[in-house]
Design a protein around this ligand. Sequence first.
Ligand SMILES: Nc1nc2c(ncn2[C@@H]2O[C@H](COP(=O)(O)OP(=O)(O)OP(=O)(O)O)[C@@H](O)[C@H]2O)c(=O)[nH]1
Ligand SMILES: [Mg+2]
Length: 421
Amino acid sequence: MEYFIEQALTYTECLNKIRMKYGDRVTILYHKNIRIGGFLGLFAKDGVEVTGFTSNNVIKNVTSLGISNPSGMGLSGAPPSPPDPRKPLDFEEEKKKVIAAANRGDPTLQTVLSEIRTLKEKVEANTAGSQTEDHPTLCRVEEILGLNDFSPAYCQNILDRIKKEFSLDALNNYHAVQDRVLEWIGESIILYKEDKFQRRPRIMALIGPTGVGKTTTIAKLAAIFGIGNSGRRPLSVRMITIDAFRIGAKAQIEAYGNIMALPVSYVEDYDDLKKTIAQYSEGVDLILVDTIGKSPRDSAKLGEMKQLLDACGTQVELYLAVTATTKSSDLKEILRQFEPFNYQSVIITKLDETIRVGNVISALSERGKSISYITDGQKVPSNIQKATVVRFLINLEGFQVNRVKIEGRFPSDESEQIQWR
Ligand SMILES: Nc1nc2c(ncn2[C@@H]2O[C@H](COP(=O)(O)OP(=O)(O)OP(=O)(O)O)[C@@H](O)[C@H]2O)c(=O)[nH]1
Ligand SMILES: [Mg+2]
């Protein structure tokens, strides 16, 4: 079987051409009036185009396709009456006839139709896919996510989500897309819901790699709670450090203790820590435990620290301190290495040292970790804040952030905020 499309000035001329080329065993599917020849749309003539196929098993009911062919056979039967070239083709009528033929289960027609359908789907899928892939909005979003140091996996996730949720047409509205992306980023930031002093004493311990700002942060926290803040009454706070033997470490925390008139205790081992905490069980609201910085790669030392901290009991709230300047992949690794401590939340330090926060947002969201505080400077006590979604979103580079809108979308409890400045 072979399909053909032939054109000629008249229907009879077209049939003669077909007969000459393919013989008599042909079936005409349909014909239509066309314009033939010409130049730049001028001098074209009216003509006819006939579509059909050659076949040994000639199909019956061809007349139903609009071809007047009494024998239901090919051209060997009585010739179809030529169409009136002045009468425009009624496409609705033609379509109905084709559908009727298809419904009757004409196998050849079914095959042709299904092939056409598959081809059409393929063309549509290819065009839509490649248009979405290269759309300038997607390229721009990808660029600014990269600019903010979001991890490759996080970027891909956002791009896939855009492709899923936005039609090709909707992608043309860049601002709507970036607003939605900003919202998704905001939703991926998990904030820590702090224990509101349900137990006394509340015990908070900071762990983390060396030099990230644990001791400084302990001093800042001691000030927030010990001096009183945002209308809260000053609490009875004690600081304990496990870092007494390092030169300078003792002096550092002692200096903070003296400034704030808060007692500092030094412990060396599990028993010491347990005893000290027991001493503070009466009349103390908050115990802050500072630890020695540990390389996340030294799992033996991490293990020792974990055993020592077990002396704080099961009620201890463990916070992992990490710096905002750490690469996303390193951050993920640190979060993983400290996992055995079962820390409740993360404190992001040194936010003042970077303008990019995508690394922090992606690493925490990929590991499902919450953020409690951010610190943004060396000043004790003022450079510490409760983490808010807005604080991260307004720090993003390249996004147009409507602050009122995102504050409405991610409201923070004003009474929770720390007011030093
Ligand atoms: N820029 C900036 N520097 C900070 C911040 N927090 C702490 N630092 C500085 O980081 C350095 C290390 O701070 P520490 O508090 O001693 O860090 P640590 O984690 O206790 O260090 P180790 O006990 O040695 O593990 C100090 O110079 C701090 O002043 C911050 O938020 N921003
Ligand atoms: Mg320290």
